[in-house]
Design a protein around this ligand. Structure first.
Ligand SMILES: Nc1ncnc2c1ncn2[C@@H]1O[C@H](COP(=O)(O)OP(=O)(O)OP(=O)(O)O)[C@@H](O)[C@H]1O
Length: 503
């Protein structure tokens, strides 16, 4: 079961490059895709809850949805205010009821404390749920609820009286696949008869059939399982690629995803979601999902307002470790992720920090699956507060308590260029759904400084320098950001405040 190793290795390496993105919505012609709809039979009654199992299986330990409370800092963001602002990606006009979801599904959403949809959910759901089913390529900022958008469509469409796989969700890492499985189970906890199965490397499943209406997997294992006839693809009617630009990347997972698709029935609904879609991937994506409705964003629109970006000027590579140790206290107030380029750097930093008496966890593609599960679960439930990792966890991971992301190494492509997409995904591990967070970038030489400057210019953001020789000041600055409450302010009001301050 080593078929996911290349995928993980690929995800470990910074791979994708960037290109200009257009903000546009494209509607396809009337003669669209896909098979006949099959409405699900749902039961409003509460059935045996799968929450416990879901949470154990990788979902956030507590899915508080809109309840924005950081445990240690006094962050009291009012989500309703953010959602009332038409310029905010969390804004919506409609309610979940108006989107035509079954009562059992609505109960699942409300139980997760979701009050109203985000922009992407409000836009994508009517398209996804419309009959005949149409393909979709959709882009939305990190942490704006893309998982719910594709999950709700799946819950709406599957036939619960049939145990055969009907929806396949592919994700680039085992951690993300497990997380999505948890979300589908939690959201579908009142959906009677729902079975969700993970197709990730798991020696304990050897020879066992993959049953359940929803399969969430990594592409390599999914392909293996279909080929070995352990996963029957014949009744699959929806294929979702989460982190689709990464999944279609021709250098890495693209080939595997193409092969999986070739093993599925024709005319299924194909759904591609990501926070980033470089132009060259969009072109390929439109072949993969023909006649798709499209929503893409400009790169200037991609950064999340709640994530403040700063950089620390270190005195060379060796000095980075000293600065990291200084930061440790701040990183443990809530949870933090440290991103490095290489697996051996991750292991080395873990070793040194542990030796210096600090508690940290480390996860990279070099570790075996069960060990990885144990580490990410510890991080999710707060037993481990500082996680050192590679790009394997750059995308999709949703741990709401993450308040600091450290780019120990500025992300770069295999060609040594700044990796714009990976940067955006990495910093997007904080500031989820209206929360605030800080991205701390380490620069240590001309090259890393230039890469960061290019990244900041590309996204049209300012990366503020913080001194590394005045720790009291630095600490106060970071704490100030994390304490900053946006309660009661719309994006426009905040903009005016900033304008006023600089006038
Ligand atoms: N309508 C909603 N109301 C409140 N919370 C929501 C809503 N939709 C999603 N969330 C929460 O927002 C968080 C981020 O959602 P999700 O992980 O789906 O983001 P994403 O857009 O897929 O991000 P990424 O691009 O990083 O993968 C999750 O904790 C989720 O439970």
């Amino acid at each position: 079961m080593s078929s996911d190793t290349p995928a993980d290795a690929q995800a470990d390496a910074a791979a994708s490059s960037s290109a200009s993105l257009e903000s546009r919505i494209t509607l396809p012609s009337a003669t669209e895709t896909a098979s006949e709809p099959q409405t699900s039979t749902t039961d409003p009654e509460k059935t045996e809850s799968t929450v416990e199992k879901a949470q154990h299986d990788g979902a956030p330990t507590e899915m508080h949805g809109s309840e924005l409370r950081e445990p240690e800092y006094d962050v009291d963001v009012k989500l309703s205010d953010l959602q009332a602002d038409p310029n905010n990606p969390l804004h919506s006009v409609k309610t979940f009821e108006e989107l035509g979801l079954e009562r059992s599904i609505l109960n699942g959403i409300y139980n997760m404390n979701f009050r109203s949809p985000s922009k992407i959910q409000e836009w994508a759901l009517p398209i996804l749920m419309h009959n005949p089913p149409a393909n979709l390529i959709a882009q939305s900022q990190s942490g704006t609820g893309k998982t719910a958008a594709f999950t709700l469509n799946i819950l709406h469409r599957i036939d619960l009286n049939n145990m055969a796989p009907q929806a396949l969700i592919l994700a680039p890492s085992r951690e993300l696949a497990r997380q999505i499985k948890g979300v589908v189970e939690t959201m579908g906890q009142f959906t009677k008869g729902l079975v969700v199965t993970a197709a990730i490397p798991d020696p304990s499943r050897r020879g066992q059939k993959f049953e359940g209406q929803v399969i969430v997997g990594t592409p390599g294992t999914t392909m293996d399982m279909i080929r070995r006839k352990l996963l029957d693809p014949r009744q699959i009617k929806i294929l979702v690629l989460d982190e689709a630009d990464n999944m279609l990347d021709q250098q890495g997972l693209g080939d595997q995803c193409k092969r999986v698709k070739a093993l599925l029935p024709r005319n299924i609904q194909i759904v591609l979601f990501s926070a980033t879609f470089p132009q060259q991937v969009i072109q390929y994506a439109t072949h993969f999902a023909p006649n798709a409705h499209q929503m893409t964003l400009k790169h200037e629109e991609l950064t999340v307002e709640g994530i403040k970006q700063v950089f620390l000027d270190c005195n060379g590579e060796d000095d980075k470790y000293r600065v990291l140790v200084q930061l440790y206290g701040l990183m443990t107030i809530a949870s933090s992720i440290i991103f490095v380029k290489r697996r051996d750097t991750a292991a080395e930093i873990e070793r040194r920090l542990t030796q210096d008496g600090h508690k940290v966890a480390q996860l990279s593609g070099a570790l075996e699956g069960p060990q990885r599960d144990e580490i990410i679960d510890r991080f999710r439930d707060g037993r481990a507060k500082v996680l050192i990792t590679t790009n394997v966890l750059a995308r999709g991971i949703d741990v709401q308590s993450v308040s600091i992301v450290v780019n120990y190494d500025i992300p770069e492509t295999i060609r040594g260029e700044p990796d714009y997409e990976t940067y955006l995904h990495r910093i997007g591990r904080t500031g989820r759904f209206g929360r605030v967070g800080v991205a701390v970038n380490f620069v240590h030489d001309q090259d890393s400084w230039q890469k960061l400057a290019k990244i900041a210019a590309f996204f049209g953001v300012e990366s503020k320098p913080l001194p590394t020789d005045d720790w009291d000041f630095l600490e106060e600055e970071i704490k100030k950001i994390l304490r900053s409450s946006r309660a009661g302010k719309t994006t426009k009001e905040m903009q005016m405040q900033t304008d006023g301050a600089s006038a």
